[in-house]
Every structure is written in C-alpha cells, then in structure tokens.
Design a protein around this ligand. Structure first.
Ligand SMILES: *Cc1c(COP(=O)(O)O)cnc(C)c1O
Length: 473
C-alpha cells in the first residue's frame, strides 16, 4: 500500500530534486563546453586548494546552492577527459548510457556486496561479467570481480594466484600465513606495467624476488627468455605475468606462444590486459589476443576502452573456487547463497560499479563494442599518418592498436613540445621515456574522438613542432 510520505520527507525530496537538477545543469554545461575549453586544466593544484580551502564552516549550506557553486569553482581545475582530444596516459571517455547509469547507481545507493539483499545490482553485475567473458573469449564460468581498476585487479588476481599455487604445493595461506611458506616464483616481462610490481608488493613479494624476462624492441616478452626463466619451475609454486597491450606501444606479448610454454610447467598464468584485452571484441583486431583464453586469470579495465566513468576494472579468474578460497569471509552475519561480489573481491560494502558496464555493453551491443575498438585503432592510424607528414617528428614504434608514441630528434625539444601542447590546450597528451629518450604518447581511448579531433590535434602539433624546430636551429 502506498502511503503519503510525512511532510519532512516531502521537504527532503524537494531539496534532492533541486540539488539533482543543479547537478544535471552543471554536468551538461561542462560536457557542452568541452570542445571549446583547453583540454589541460588552467588552474594549478594550489589554485584549487586556495579556491576550496579554509576551515570547515560552522553552519551548512543548501544543497542546490552548494552544487552550483561547487561546479562553477571547480571548472578551471577540471581536465577535458570526457572530450574528444584528451590522449594522456590510457584514459577512456564516458559513454552516455554508462554515465546515466552511474547516476542511477548513486541515486539507488545499493550496497552491492551480497546477492541476498541487492538483487538488481548484483544481477546486473553478474550479467555484465558474463557478457565481458563472452566478448573477450574468456571462460563463461570464470568469476568476475568488479574492482576500482586494473591496479586492484592485478592485486586481486595475483593474491588469488599466490594462494592457489601455494595450496597446490601443500601450503594453506589462510591458516599458516606467508611466513615460512615455500617461496613463490614470479616471472614477469621487462615491459610489465608498474602496477604488477605494486600488486606483488601488496602480496608480500618484493622486487628482488621477481624474475624479469627480456622484451623485444616493441616491448613484447621474448619466448626464449620465458623458456629460460621457467627452467626448473615444475613443482615449484610459480606465477607468470603476461601482458596484452604495452602501455607505450600497445604491443601484445605473443600469448599464443607463451601460454603453452608456461602451461608445460603447470604454472599459474596471469594476463594484464587493462586496455589490450578489448582487442578481442573486434573481429579485425582479435588476432592480437590469440591464446589469451588459456590463462588462469585476467585483468582488464572498463574505465579505459569500454568508456564507463571512473572507476571500474575487472578481476577475472578461471576457477571461481580459487577466488572464493582467497576472499570468502566467515562470520555469523554473512549469509552465502551463491557467488557474491564479496566472495571474489576484497571489499565488503561496495558500489555497484558493474552497472555502468552493463549499460555500456547493452547500449553498444556486440557490434557496437567491436566498432568502438576499431574506431580507437583507426584514430591511432590516422594520427600516425598525420604525424608522419610533420617534418621532424618520428613515430617510434609499430602502431598495432591504440597507442601512438613519437618524438623530435632533440630530447629537449621533445620535452618542450610536450609542455607547449598542454599550454596550447587544443589537445592533451603525456610524456613517456622510450629507448632512453623522452617521447610523447597519445592513447586513443575515447568514443568521443572524431576524425576532426585527430586532424585538429595533428595541425596543433605541427604548428608547435615547427616552433620548436625553428627555435633549435
Ligand atoms: C592502466 C593500466 C594499469 C593500471 O590500471 P588502473 O585502472 O589505472 O588501476 C595496469 N596495467 C596496464 C597494462 C594498464 O594500461
């Protein structure tokens, strides 16, 4: 039976409505202004600290006024990440359906750790996880834990791996702990992402304990190096970390060759495919990911290639029993009926961050997901071609996926060009180091980037590069 809410609830609803209305207006204004504003923020951190700083006031403020004021004052310090010309790091934009679904997640306020209470959001996450496994060619029965990003996913997967390889060696980490455990061998590539080392550190595995396999000029693990590293690994608890998508070049480890080599020794294979795993969703680029299905665990992000709002990554593990063994909690007040989010992630209370993933995938469909990945790749090729026509600029690697890295002949000029691009504001990209030289790197990760965005970016870079080159000569 529907009851008329008491008066104070009506007042509360008014305040909510006005606050949400203000947020909607401010959000739309921000998004509509992205094309015209400088991509890199004009306000420094100190500017923003001064803007918002001072002691906490004694009295409160009306929510609508606060939201309008907050948005207006934050604007100079906001980065144009959801726009079409942000190419820094590896950062996706936000699909409309994912953004709107994310608003609902906040409004619904569902604490989505358990399947017994928050049935809608847990179901949506479970379905989103199954769709992702299907799209990427991973086992349908794998566990999918939605976490904040690939860093957390690498840690979740590697902690599950550590537990599993020790258990197979007769050591129960949950009871006996890590002290006194047989050492776990970890084999990684020379071009692994830094989050692998951090994840291992969280597992109690230090840098000196890692075996590093050399890579080729594009950053791909060398199979002969893996063979050498694996010598004598049989029977020893061992984890091999492979990579799909090197953060600078976008190169993929030759997984189809590497996984069978590792599996000969019965070791655990983890693949960090934060943005690269999504190549599997495209029939045209799928070949880059051949063989990924043979691994034991996979890391990927939704907030990069899939373009959901921050933050969202997935920890995918072939055998859910391995995830449960690490993360399922005992305790009186926890009721387990099936695979709950808190069985496969380190969190108890948690945001239903998989719901925007469901929305993104449903809004795209299988074909739309493939088209998105293809477009990011096409944008990378268009940028590569455009930069190739700019005198003095060299693209320093094969553009196989979404990453384009380039430099000028002179190191100082390259650094100065990077700073000039950010100051110019047409586009934003970030610096890297490759082969001992500074480089500039563009990641094509946003659905919002058009061919015109690429052309405007190339024109701006050409103009600024010419200034650098003529300054140097
Ligand atoms: C971005 C990235 C990470 C870290 O991901 P976050 O989502 O920032 O935590 C890990 N590995 C690779 C290959 C990446 O590109």
């Amino acid at each position: 039976m529907v009851q008329t809410p008491p008066a104070e609830h009506t007042v509360g609803m008014d305040e909510r409505e006005r606050a949400l209305g203000a947020a909607r207006s401010a959000a739309l204004e921000f998004l509509a202004g992205l094309d015209d504003r400088p991509v890199w923020p004009r306000a420094t951190l100190d500017d923003m600290l001064a803007e918002f700083g001072g002691p906490l006031a004694d009295t409160g403020v009306d929510a609508e006024t606060l939201v309008t004021d907050l948005a207006a004052r934050a604007t100079p310090g906001l980065v144009g990440i959801p726009g079409g010309r942000f190419f820094g790091f590896v950062i996706g934009g936000t699909l409309p359906a994912a953004l709107a679904a994310d608003w609902l997640v906040s409004a619904w306020d569902q604490n989505s750790g358990s399947s017994t209470m928050t049935t809608a959001t847990v179901a949506l996450e479970r379905i989103a996880g199954a769709w992702i496994c299907d799209l990427l060619g991973l086992p349908a029965t794998a566990s999918v834990g939605f976490v904040t990003g690939a860093q957390m996913s690498n840690w979740v997967c590697l902690s599950i791996a550590q537990h599993a390889v020790l258990r197979r060696a007769g050591w129960d980490l949950t009871r006996a702990g890590l002290r006194g455990a047989p050492p776990v061998r970890v084999i990684v590539g020379a071009h692994r992402h830094g989050s692998i080392d951090r994840a291992l550190r969280f597992c109690g595995i230090g840098a000196d304990e890692i075996t590093v396999v050399p890579a080729d000029a594009e950053g791909r693990m060398l199979p002969a190096g893996l063979v050498a590293a694996l010598a004598g690994a049989s029977g020893i608890p061992t984890i091999v970390c492979l990579q799909a998508g090197e953060v600078h070049t976008g190169a993929f480890d030759p997984v189809a060759e590497l996984v069978p080599l590792a599996k000969e020794h019965g070791v655990w294979v983890h693949i960090d495919g934060a943005f690269g795993l999504w190549a599997a969703a495209s029939p045209a680029l799928h070949h880059l990911t051949d063989g990924i299905g043979g691994a034991d665990s996979w890391t990927t992000d939704a907030h990069k290639t899939l373009n959901v709002p921050y933050d969202c990554g997935m920890a995918i593990v072939r055998d859910p029993a391995d995830s449960i063994a690490m993360f399922r909690t005992g305790g009186d007040y926890l009721v387990f009926t099936s695979l709950d989010p808190w069985d496969v992630t380190p969190e108890l209370s948690r945001r239903a961050r998989g719901v925007p993933v469901w929305a993104a995938l449903r809004s795209l469909g299988r074909e739309g997901a493939a088209a998105l990945v293809d477009r990011l790749h096409a944008n990378a090729r268009r940028l590569e071609a455009g930069l190739g026509r700019v005198p003095g600029i060299t693209v320093v690697h094969e553009v196989v996926y979404t990453q384009v890295m380039f430099r000028l002949d002179d190191d100082d000029a390259t650094r100065a060009l990077g700073a000039a691009i950010l100051a110019d504001g047409t586009a934003a990209l970030t610096g890297a180091e490759w082969d001992g030289h500074p480089t500039l790197r563009c990641s094509m990760s946003s659905w919002a980037t058009t061919e015109d965005d690429i052309d405007r970016t190339v024109a701006a870079i050409a103009r600024l590069a010419e200034e650098q080159v003529s300054r140097g000569s």
